[in-house]
Design a protein around this ligand. Structure first.
Ligand code: FE2
Length: 291
């Protein structure tokens, strides 16, 4: 199976063929969505943010010998912050980094789109808004943003999952807008997907149960490797991912990074349940594409 590819529409409005492909496959590939200079501007900005990241913070938060409580807290409160998460392969036992800071970050999240002016402006591009509207999202709310580095040689694997496991609404509504800021190839850890499997029910939920973050297994079956498709895409491609589509990515064993920006959007017409892991401070209500 091959996933159909399209040239991104100039105004972001999807054709009937594009929406049909999204509904059929649960994934839509739009090449040439983001100009090279815009990709480069985001990469530059991410570099500046990392430059400002205090690595002593990592020693207290990420040391394998400190209480995992600190690490938990850093993650749990990241829904309303800009937080830096490290590659496991880059942390020594005392929490010190074993390579240059810029090569150690796995991702930055999860409120870049609200707290950083460059990511805010990029995320609220009218074309992204038009894509959301085209796939039937009545009242889009920008819930989560992540800058993913997929560092050379150590960029960690992400196992099969559905995004609705982590960002749950009733009824389900989350979708991902995943933008390749650099070419994504099998070698540097591109996305893989199981097209069409978004029509299946959610298999896990990651949520608070009695104050503890828990993975609730709804269906213990493993996703099959048969039928998986690599999404090798050039820089500037937008990949729209249905919230129930199983997807994964491999460890980056190559010498090239694979930067990407991912924005997760829910429909404000649906109910974002309060047992979700991602919580926002009361003074930071979710906003749509119009600001
Ligand atoms: Fe995902």
């Amino acid at each position: 199976m091959v996933v159909q590819r399209f040239q991104a529409p100039i105004d972001g409005k999807l054709s009937a063929e594009m929406t049909a492909a999204y509904e059929r496959d649960g994934v839509l590939v739009l090449e040439g969505m983001v100009p090279r200079r815009d990709c480069q501007a985001l990469m530059r900005r991410a570099g500046e943010l990392v430059e400002g990241f205090d690595t002593s913070e990592s020693a207290t938060v990420f040391s394998t010998t400190t209480r995992s409580h600190d690490r938990d807290e850093y993650f749990r409160t990241s829904g309303g912050r800009i937080r830096f998460f490290l590659e496991e392969g880059a942390i020594a036992a005392d929490g010190a980094l074993n390579r240059e800071k810029s090569q150690c970050i796995n991702k930055v999240g999860h409120a870049l789109h609200d707290l950083d002016p460059v990511f805010d402006a990029f995320s609220r591009d009218r074309r992204l808004s038009a894509v959301a509207q085209s796939i039937g999202c009545a009242r889009p709310l920008l819930l989560q943003s992540m800058y993913i580095f997929k560092q050379p040689n150590i960029g960690g694997e992400v196992t099969w999952h559905q995004d609705s496991t982590y960002l749950y609404t009733e009824p389900l509504s989350v979708f991902g807008l995943w933008i390749a800021l650099e070419d994504a190839t099998i070698e540097n850890g591109c996305l893989w997907a199981l097209p069409g499997r978004h029509l299946e029910p959610l298999r896990n939920r990651y949520r608070y149960v009695d104050g503890k973050l828990t993975t609730e297994v709804l269906n213990p079956e493993k996703w099959p490797e048969e039928g998986k498709v690599p999404l090798e895409v050039p820089q500037g491609t937008l990949v729209v991912l249905h919230g129930s589509l199983p997807h994964r990515s491999d460890t980056n064993f190559s010498g090239k990074s694979r930067h990407a920006y991912a924005l997760h959007v829910i429909d404000g017409a649906c109910r974002y349940t309060d047992d979700n892991w991602l919580r926002r401070p009361a003074d930071m209500p979710l906003r749509g594409f119009d600001g």
